[in-house]
Design a protein around this ligand. Structure first.
Ligand code: NAP
Ligand code: MN
Length: 265
């Protein structure tokens, strides 16, 4: 991968890992990489931290498709981090290897009120901002499916399926499947209100629309991965799995299922 040689390091400035970052930068330049200070010039973006930092790195750099994202963890290896900060030799080796395989993660697109579109790598979450429940009409394509009443909903990608989605009993989904999953947060189910009650998975050929029923000041908190949206008033959210793919390195013996076993079993 000779043409990929401009690397940008994404990390929290206040971190106690600054010394290690300097060592990483030095090593990278010794190995023929150009360490750039402007992320726009980079074709490799290395996030240093955890999965949360990786999500931020992808978001803050605009979900670039012309970049290879590399997750470097400081503590335990997570889902987006394939390297540990102390395994520098392994990192350089993988980056220099011409035979390196690229893993592609699908991103979810969220369109709010038919206008702005946003991307999510883990999930989009909707939660009631007050103690009262949210009421949401759910449409699959143009078909009215159900009316949800409860705390909120989580719409997750396959790679996001091991995060928030898993905490509410959603299924863990192989990222080789182009799909997205909808999970409920405490739905009311009684003689008046009825939802499916279980998570469901939609194909990338389908679009899902949520219409939020409003009463005055009651609005949901909308989360895109680890960032809360500042939009307060929104009525309609449409979801689709995009063609957009986030590229990252694929190492031997480190498939998604290796990661699932390592993290949970
Ligand atoms: P956080 O609240 O600091 O961390 C949540 C935990 O989820 C961290 O251990 C994080 O790993 C891990 N994580 C992130 N993405 C993951 C993935 N795809 N698969 C498995 N674990 C994952 O927030 P954060 O670190 O900024 O991460 C944001 C994510 O937290 C959100 O996208 C959401 O999925 C999740 N979240 C979960 C809950 C819940 O389970 N009740 C509630 C809110 C948000 P690192 O320590 O390596 O960062
Ligand atoms: Mn975190």
């Amino acid at each position: 991968m000779a043409e990929r040689n401009k690397i940008f390091f994404f990390y929290k400035r206040e971190d106690t890992i600054l010394e290690k970052i300097e060592e990483l930068k030095f090593l990278a330049s010794q190995e023929g990489f150009e360490v750039v200070e402007n992320e726009k010039e980079a074709n490799i973006i290395a996030s240093v931290g955890g999965d949360g930092s990786f999500l931020q790195a992808v978001r803050k750099t605009g979900f670039r498709e012309d970049c290879l994202y590399v997750g470097v963890s400081v503590f335990d290896l997570g889902f987006y981090c394939d390297f540990h900060i102390d395994d520098r030799a392994g990192m350089i080796e993988a980056m220099k290897n011409e035979q390196i395989e690229v893993r592609k993660y699908p991103a979810l697109s969220v369109t709010i009120d038919g206008q702005g579109s946003f991307y999510c790598l883990n999930e989009c979450s909707l939660r009631s901002s007050i103690i009262r429940t949210l009421e949401i009409d759910v449409f699959i394509d143009e078909f009215y499916f159900e009316t949800f009443r409860g705390d909120g909903m989580i719409i997750s990608t396959p790679t996001g399926s091991t995060a928030y989605n898993k905490s509410v009993n959603g299924a863990v989904v192989d990222p080789m499947l182009a799909c997205y999953q909808i999970s409920e947060l405490a739905s009311l189910n009684n003689n008046q209100y009825r939802t499916l009650g279980s998570s469901f998975i939609l194909s990338d050929k389908r679009k899902m629309t949520l219409k939020i029923k409003h009463d005055n000041s009651h609005y949901p908190i909308i989360g895109m991965d680890n960032e809360a949206m500042s939009i307060k008033h929104c009525e309609k959210l449409s979801f689709e799995l995009t063609e957009k793919r986030i590229k990252t390195v694929k190492l031997k013996d480190n498939s998604f299922w290796h990661k699932v076993k390592r993290s949970f079993l």
